[in-house]
Design a protein around this ligand. Sequence first.
Ligand code: SAM
Ligand code: SF4
Ligand code: SF4
Length: 332
Amino acid sequence: MIRDSLGRELRDLRISVTDRCNFRCSFCMPDGHQYEFFPKEEILTFEEITRVVKVSKSLGVRKVRITGGEPLLRRDIEKLISMISPFVEDVSLTTNGFLLKEKASSLKEAGLKRVTVSFHSLRDEVFSALVGRSVRVAHILEGIEEAIKVGLTPVKVNVCVVKGINDDEILSIAKFFKDMGVVVRFIEFMDVGNLNGWSLDKVVSAQEIVNTIAQHMKIRPIGRSYRGETALRYVYEDDGREFGVIASVTQPFCGDCNRLRLTADGKLLTCLFATDGHDIKKLLRMGASDEELAEFIVEVWQGRKDRYSEERLLLLQKGSVPRKVEMFKVGG
Ligand code: SAM
Ligand code: SF4
Ligand code: SF4
């Protein structure tokens, strides 16, 4: 087990397998920009990713999350999952759900344990406006149902709440997924990247989200289930089902942050709000040994002192927010 300069253990690895996406969510990758994607030869191969997983495991990583961009766009993603799943206890994937219905079964067969599906509205027009593409909510729901059917469970749903856009649906979304037995996590709109027009007044705080639900249903906080978990959890008193809020803006949790991120082009990032990464691809392609890769990861992790969410307000006040790597490149 290794610790960073603030004493935080390395536990989770988030792997972005592509920076491409079939959606253009306004809070992540807004339409109307000319995006440049990594050229194919810069993207890590499955063998290279698997080596990073294997070495990370030897350093204490227990969980891997596959993300992107949209990870289901990466060709043969099932193959990667089958290559890495022997090394880690828990392999999960975050998806926008568009391709989930057709892929759920093969993902399960490949060894994927669970999925998190991003889902932002029960109304077709609002959903489509938020994701920048014409999408039928029913289609995403079919993907979620298929994931439950094949056992990619517990399926979780991430809702990015943006003031004035989908905050009037907090209660209906909570009830809808409670009835379906799916755990929802409402995420505070974050200032990831530089393009999403974020401002503090567009954030609906986790407390406001919880209050909205508490006005209609009896709920009880149950805290985090393990150190480093991002969600603050609540249960509904009537059926014991659960929902969570991810309060990275109003109640930052940097003190327990144990996540390392690997970008599709082979950079290690030590924070979602990082300004730059550490190039592990160079080592991989120079023929470095597992020991050399491990040394590199240890050095990166031990040098880590990120706590952006705890510093955010101060940086905003000083007008010195740095230029960050975009979310679809970091891997959320
Ligand atoms: N494309 C996949 C998806 O949308 O689930 C995986 C990558 S996406 C970057 C990972 C997660 O980040 C999604 O749940 C998405 O809703 C969330 N996200 C993106 N931009 C966000 C923002 N500005 N604030 C809060 N959550 C955000
Ligand atoms: Fe794509 Fe996910 Fe970003 Fe939306 S949040 S643009 S689906 S990567
Ligand atoms: Fe971790 Fe960075 Fe988020 Fe803090 S801001 S919790 S260090 S990813």
